[in-house]
Ligand binder design. Structure first.
Ligand code: LLP
Length: 443
């Protein structure tokens, strides 16, 4: 397993993260346990902020909170000078509860409800990223009713789709998100937004994909947004102050993943915006981006306790851990791959190839196929790396399994930031109707 950030093997032959021995973490907090290397999260935030500072552009780096949001994470984002991208009332509520400044919150989503819009306007958030015509009219009407003017970006589908090493220029009309550039609906949306008196149109947004290892897709998106901006300025006399290029910057999950340094993505983006805008005599806009995975992904490690195993001679050996698709649904959902090691026997040679299964009552509940490990024993601690993004955030209570605790580790200290769910959390919202009182049972 590749050791990210402060992770290392200590003198006891144990995996240590943030200066804390993983066996102490599991003894103190139990398993499964999400462990975040706080220094690495902060380092990733700083890599973005420093690279944008160096570019000379005005900027906002909005952490895409869908990747992992808890109140303590909001504090880190705030302390590191980030803005925050939220996509639901739940994320907005979390941020506000944590004291995140509303003016640095951007609200995304393809189906914001009237209640969410009201909540966000009342909180005086910094910006709505408007996704479609229905939302635009609704937002304007609610803002008018509240006698407010709200900042908006319009989400444009630019016809660039990027994923790891591939990026393709597509018509991409068939997306649930945003105003299509190719069929003219983006231009129409801008025309409409510019006329709505309770909307302050700041600019346009695009998000081209996720886990991207190349800069070309971002450059192509910048080019297309710039062309749209130039057309809009000449035909509608509207000048954009902000260009938002979304998130999607890749991370190293396993050998063979080759993300670029964050500074390289940022330089490519700032250079592309400078080139495309200044060549058209367009005042340089602010650049906003929305990284999620690349802020928290490689800072997260999940610790499990090994339970049972099943050896099918000549076929496969399954080793089961005390979590699975409930705390990490990504292998089941996307065939995602992960690296792992025995955290309590980190210096021992590999001796067998096993498949790591979860404990859910479902054959698809697999975490890692064909993993080389020392001979695995019941009670060993399995560490799976790179689980910081879209793991806790996508965790479920399937099989009524309680969601794990989350700890932040730094400089030898471990702090609980989310408690392990209790049985009461599992049944706390259940209601037994009066007519089902434990009186009349058919025997
Ligand atoms: N901005 C927008 C508008 C987005 O839709 C997303 C991710 C981001 C920013 C952040 O992208 P990132 O930097 O994290 O790649 N559940 C999937 C990922 C879904 C991403 C959805 N949108 C997974 O586990 O891989």
């Amino acid at each position: 397993m590749y050791l990210h950030g402060t992770s290392k093997i200590n003198d006891h032959g144990h995996l240590e993260i943030g200066g804390v021995d993983s066996t102490k973490l599991t003894a103190d907090f139990g398993t499964p346990l999400y462990v975040f290397d706080e220094a690495l999260v902060r380092q990733r935030c700083r890599e973005y902020v420093d690279a944008f500072r160096a570019s000379g552009f005005k900027f906002q780096v909005a952490y895409a909170s869908k990747a992992f949001l808890v109140k303590a994470m909001c504090r880190i984002a705030l302390e590191e000078g980030m803005s925050l991208d939220v996509v639901s009332d739940g994320e907005l509520f979390t941020a506000l509860e944590a004291g995140f400044p509303a003016e640095r919150i951007h609200f995304h989503g393809n189906n914001k409800t009237p209640q969410e819009i009201e909540m966000a306007i009342d909180a005086k958030i910094g910006c709505f990223v408007v996704d479609n015509f229905v939302e635009m009219q609704m937002l304007n009407a609610i803002a008018a009713h509240k006698q407010q003017k709200v900042n908006v970006l319009l989400r444009v589908t630019p016809g660039v789709e990027a994923h790891t090493h591939e990026f393709i220029s597509t018509g991409q009309t068939d997306s649930k998100f945003g105003f299509d550039l190719g069929n003219g609906s983006a231009f129409k949306a801008i025309q409409e937004a510019a006329q709505l008196s309770n909307l302050e149109l700041l600019g346009i947004h695009s998000h081209i994909g996720s886990q991207i290892f190349e800069v070309e897709g971002f450059q192509m998106a910048a080019d297309r947004l710039a062309s749209l901006a130039v057309k809009v300025r000449s035909e509608l006399q509207v000048t954009f102050k902000v260009i938002n290029l979304g998130g999607g910057f890749g991370i190293r999950y396993v050998a063979g993943n080759t993300p670029l340094p964050i500074a390289v993505y940022v330089k490519a983006i700032t250079d592309a915006v400078r080139e495309n805008f200044s060549s058209n005599d367009y005042p340089l806009p602010e650049i906003w981006v929305e990284p999620g995975r690349s802020i928290v992904g490689d800072a997260g490690t999940t610790l499990y306790t090994v339970g049972t195993s099943k050896d099918i001679p000549g076929v496969r050996k399954y080793v089961a851990v005390d979590g699975g698709m409930t705390d990490n649904p990504r292998p089941a959902l996307y065939d995602s791959v992960y690296e792992a090691m025995l955290a309590n026997r980190a210096t021992e040679e590999s001796q067998e190839v096993v498949t790591i299964a979860g404990k859910c009552c479902e054959s698809g509940d697999m975490l890692i196929w064909d993993l080389s490990l020392p001979k695995v024993n019941n009670g060993d601690i399995l560490a799976v790396s790179c689980t910081g993004a879209y793991n806790y955030a996508m965790a479920s209570n399937y099989n009524r399994i309680r969601r794990p605790a989350v700890v932040f580790v730094k400089d030898g200290q471990a702090d609980l930031v989310v408690k392990r769910e209790s049985f009461n959390d599992i049944v706390g919202n259940d209601v037994i109707p009066e007519r089902m009182k434990l009186t009349s049972t058919r025997v």
